[in-house]
Design a protein around this ligand. Structure first.
Ligand code: NAP
Length: 220
């Protein structure tokens, strides 16, 4: 099975930060931008976040649209050590929107059993780099029938996806605020030795959404 088409969505300040230094990110962008993200969720097979975001924001990742979405996406969290909040909102709505937790092979058997008992499906993949092997995660999602995937951050996961050369499209929402160097960068660190090696996209759309800008980019 082919890997899914991957869109990375980011909501940042003008200086490319996704949260304050203390991790506060709700809400950087305005209502119209957030409504677009909910519409995007309703059109993809799965929505994915890193466990740092699950722990910091406790999101449900469900598509809340008006009118109500006809179908909900699968929700996917990557966490090497199977560490997501057990009473988190990700466990809401599992019958309509399965929760798939990707963890490392042999990670915490007790944790594994608890997560399964409260409704999550666990997928084990090899480690790679500073976390899970991203190619293995995407391949497995393809095998699960996911053709389109929306990654919603945070910064560490975004960097790993870009480093793996996996990002086909960027949906970048930019709010007219500045968070400064203490803020969390939209893209965490990844190895790059020269400008010539910088991953590059081509802008395909630019719109105003109330006070924010919404930029779309496709892989070059
Ligand atoms: N404005 C926005 O658009 C937006 C969106 C999302 C998040 N945020 C903010 O971003 C912050 C969280 O970002 P973050 O960078 O700390 O965390 P993150 O990217 O959400 O999650 C990173 C975690 O994911 C797990 N992981 C497993 N395999 C990985 C891999 N190959 N690469 C990277 N991570 C992998 C690890 O968890 P384990 O330690 O469990 O193994 C790692 O610590 C929060 O403050 C949140 O509010 C903002």
């Amino acid at each position: 099975m082919p890997r899914p088409h991957l869109t990375l969505k980011l909501a940042t300040s003008l200086d490319g930060r996704i949260a304050t230094g203390s991790g506060e990110s709700r809400w950087i962008t305005g209502e119209a931008a957030r409504a677009e993200v909910h519409r995007m969720r309703a059109y993809v097979g799965a929505v994915m976040i890193g466990a740092g975001t699950a722990r910091a924001d406790n999101p449900s990742l469900l598509a809340r649209t008006d009118p109500a979405a006809v179908r909900q996406p699968m929700r996917v969290v990557v966490t090497t050590r199977l560490d997501i909040p057990l009473e988190g909102r990700l466990f809401e709505g599992i019958p309509e929107s399965p929760l798939v937790v990707f963890g490392a092979e042999r990670a915490g058997p007790a944790r594994h059993a608890i997560l399964e008992a409260i409704g999550a499906r666990i997928e084990q993949v090899p480690r790679g780099g500073d976390g899970l092997d991203i190619d293995a995660v995407l391949l497995r999602l393809g095998e699960l029938g996911i053709a389109s995937l929306l990654a919603e951050g945070g910064g560490k996961l975004a960097a790993a996806l870009i480093a793996a050369g996996a990002v086909d499209r960027l949906e970048w929402f930019r709010a007219p605020i500045v968070l400064g160097a203490e803020g969390r960068p939209a893209i965490g660190s990844f190895a790059m030795e020269s400008l010539a090696q910088a991953p590059t996209w081509r802008r395909v759309a630019l719109r105003e959404l109330g006070p924010d800008l919404w930029e779309s980019y496709e892989r070059v």
